[in-house]
Ligand binder design. Structure first.
Ligand SMILES: [Zn+2]
Ligand SMILES: [Zn+2]
Length: 105
């Protein structure tokens, strides 16, 4: 399952047209909150569990400036506050889907 088209709408929603015909949507807020990078998720460094500091919401935190495909398995978002470390796989985007159909499940 791969997206045919990904675009950000003016309502702050990422619209994804999947190659199986599914029309998905995810709010940018959700997308950013679920950022899979080590910095946002926390990381185990040696024996110490590193917990991310509570991040205050910088201006632009939930705005996407641009996106870049990563290989053929995912996409990287460049957020307006300068963050870009997270790589979202297609599977992940599909699981995060917030369209009415997926939400009702
Ligand atoms: Zn959906
Ligand atoms: Zn992150």
């Amino acid at each position: 399952m791969v997206p045919r088209c990904i675009k950000v709408s003016t309502r702050g929603i990422l619209s994804i047209s999947w190659n199986d015909g599914h029309e998905g949507e995810i709010t940018l807020n959700t997308l950013r909150t679920k950022c899979p990078c080590a910095e946002c998720r926390g990381e185990t460094i040696l024996w110490r569990k590193y917990t991310p500091l509570p991040q205050s919401d910088m201006p632009g935190k939930y705005d996407v400036l641009r996106m870049e495909p990563v290989g053929n398995y995912g996409i990287q978002f460049y957020w307006a506050d300068g963050h870009s470390a997270g790589i979202y796989t297609w599977n992940m985007l599909r699981e995060l889907c917030e369209c009415p159909l997926c939400k009702s499940k």
